[in-house]
Design a protein. Structure first.
Length: 446
């Protein structure tokens, strides 16, 4: 329940100017060991992120970026999670920041209550029942300015509005809706973004080194290099359903997962489809080297309470050795993890289904395998919907060891849709959903 709804005062923490980012969190204490294993997949530890005012958080990184946080706390860091090297520590990444939808004259408008928010890379550790913030790296342009989470292009991205959906905000070609994260051996980061969709290379200090986008995107006005290196077919990504998952294979190649099927030849076809795509990218070659067709299970198999196929999405992909991946299929209420092997024979890059004039499109095929498409084979690893204690909307998954996963949910910064998300003073009525780091023990090694 929202603390605003109950009248309970909210706890606020100050952030001292000029102090290293560790001021956002207390020093890490010794953490208790996880509980013993059982025969079924089960939760062994849960920790929750405390209340950190978003304005103080952002302005400690880039002073003056947020003038009014509207009572919103730091959240959204569960967009992805990646091991940070030391046991129990993880790199996470926020998404584009607080956002919602409000209907005006029967049409939904996308709202950005804190338009100055800058996506950030956040290192965390679970200590007892608390998620501690250890380090924060703001994502910036070449000149050190905030990239922001605002949409890039009018006519392609949703128009951005203020918190009450009354005033149109400006587009920002630098804006990123960051989702997946991995860290390279040289200390730099790779992220994926939903707007382009794009793959983003970021320095160890958060500066965007290059943004790889689909051919023909024609994104101009950025304060960092933009490289058109991805197949043009990805220009047909569904709005807000670009690249969501990112994995780093042992050899250094990256695999990006498209959250939902492409809108080919139109939005209705994409909404009805169960076939999305994975892309393999070589940082050494700065090029896509493979593309794969991935087939969702029926929506009522993934989530027995759901009958809308368009609710299916991939939110995380995790490398688990060799060319094998753990792929998360989910709705907002349920999720299943599938083991997948990237087979060379399954590469569809440059074929007929990369041509947007092909009819029927890959997305329109009722049974792609029967039509000769080499769909990736998969095997169910665990149904998270059947594991007690796993929160909803898991977007971040990391491999801890052979039989343990770390899961993180996206709490959407406590935002909800609709005009009732804010009170009369323009302050957030918090959803009460917290950011949670959950350790999951599997019954079998992956």
């Amino acid at each position: 329940m929202s603390p605003h709804a109950t009248g309970r005062p909210r706890v606020r923490r100050s952030v001292a100017a000029g102090v290293p980012l560790a001021v956002i969190a207390a020093l890490v204490a010794a953490c208790p060991p996880a509980s013993a294993a059982s025969q079924d997949a089960h939760v062994v530890r849960t920790a929750t992120l405390g209340e950190i005012p978003l304005g103080a958080f952002s302005n400690a990184l880039l002073p003056g970026t947020v003038d009014n946080d509207r009572g919103i706390d730091l959240g959204g860091i569960g967009s992805d999670i990646y091991p940070a090297g030391r046991k129990g520590e993880f790199w996470t990444v926020t998404d584009r920041g607080p956002n919602g939808q409000i209907k005006v004259d029967g049409k939904k408008r996308r709202t950005f209550p804190v338009p100055g928010f800058d996506p950030a890379i956040v290192k965390v550790r679970a200590c007892g029942d608390t998620v501690k913030v250890l380090e924060v790296i703001p994502i910036t342009t070449a000149s050190g300015k905030a990239v922001t989470g605002l949409p890039n292009q009018a006519g392609r991205d949703e128009a951005p509005y203020t918190y009450d959906a009354k005033t149109l905000l400006s587009y920002n070609p630098n804006g990123l809706d960051t989702e997946g994260i991995v860290r390279a051996k040289d200390g730099s980061f790779w992220l994926v973004d939903e707007y382009g969709p794009s793959l983003v290379h970021v320095s160890a200090h958060g500066k965007v080194l290059a943004r790889y986008v689909p051919k023909g995107l024609n994104l101009t006005g950025t304060d960092y290099p933009v490289v058109e290196a991805l197949p043009a077919i990805f220009l047909h990504r569904k709005i807000n359903r670009g690249f969501e998952g990112l994995a780093q294979l042992p050899g250094g190649d990256l695999v990006m997962a498209l959250q939902s099927p492409l809108s080919l030849p139109d939005g209705d076809a994409g909404d009805a489809s169960r076939t999305t795509r994975l892309v393999r990218f070589s940082p050494k070659k700065e090029a896509v080297t493979a593309e794969y067709a991935y087939r969702f299970d029926p929506v009522n198999v993934v989530d027995p309470s759901e009958d809308d196929t368009s609710e299916l999405k991939i939110s995380s992909v995790v490398a688990v050795g060799g060319d094998r991946l753990l792929v998360e299929e989910r709705t907002d209420k349920a999720a299943r993890l599938q083991l997948v092997k990237l087979d060379r024979k399954s590469n569809i890059l440059g074929g007929a289904y990369d041509d947007d004039t092909t009819s029927p499109s890959l997305e329109q095929l009722d049974d792609p395998a029967a039509s000769g498409v080499p769909v990736l084979r998969k095997r169910l690893a665990v149904d998270l919907g059947k594991v007690a204690g796993v929160p909803g909307k898991i977007e971040g998954i990391a491999r801890v060891d052979d039989d343990t996963l770390a899961l993180m949910n996206d709490n959407d910064f406590g935002m909800t849709d609709g005009a009732g998300a804010f009170d009369a003073q323009g302050r957030l009525i918090d959803s009460g959903i917290r950011t949670t780091l959950t350790y999951l023990r599997l019954p079998h090694s992956i």
